[in-house]
Design a protein around this ligand. Structure first.
Ligand code: HEM
Length: 148
């Protein structure tokens, strides 16, 4: 699979422009950041995911941690789906007639699976940070008692 060729090609940017023109993307800046900062990492993550398809427990741990890190990057799950769509848009023209509906479905299934777990990790991290904030708020001394 020539995933790195796909990352280097201009088709992804073209896909993005087409999507924006057609009004598919609600937030161009967020998506642009995802593509620029994250696309190479996405490619290496996909390689790892494919390598772990017969060890789903390991893939789940990886995807959950990735979801947690995306909470820290302020990259919410509502945008995860665009990355898989971008990937398919980029790879499809490279594989030409070797691209089949079954292959497309297989990639969509993989992205749905991984982004579903990423979303769980993201929400877990969000809850844990919220609880930490609440706890540290409770531990802070009550200012009314320290006056005078
Ligand atoms: C299928 C969805 C996605 C996958 C598989 C993915 C994968 C990755 C990976 C593997 C990294 C490397 C760092 C790490 O392991 O934590 C990364 C970083 C990052 N991602 Fe994503 N990502 C996805 C979606 C998104 C989206 C939708 C956004 C923005 C809305 C985004 C923004 C970022 C940012 C800002 C970084 C940090 C880049 C840096 O500091 O160099 N990602 N992503």
């Amino acid at each position: 699979m020539k995933t790195h060729d796909a990352a280097a090609g201009g088709s992804s940017a073209l896909c993005l422009i087409v999507s924006v023109t057609l009004g598919f993307t609600p937030n161009f800046i967020v998506l642009k950041r995802a593509l620029l900062c994250c696309l190479n990492s996405v490619m290496s993550f996909i390689e790892k995911s494919v390598a772990r398809l017969d060890q789903l427990e390991r893939l789940e741990i990886l995807a959950r941690e990735l979801g947690k890190s995306h909470f820290r990057y302020n990259a919410p799950p509502k945008y995860f789906g665009y990355v898989g769509a971008e990937f398919i848009c980029a790879v499809r023209p490279i594989l030409k007639d070797r691209w089949t509906p079954e292959l497309e479905q297989a990639w969509k299934t993989l992205f749905q699976y991984v982004t579903g777990i990423m979303k769980d990790g993201y929400l877990e991290e969000e809850r844990s940070k919220r609880n930490q904030t609440l706890t540290s708020g409770k531990e802070r001394p009550d200012k009314r008692n320290t006056a005078i």
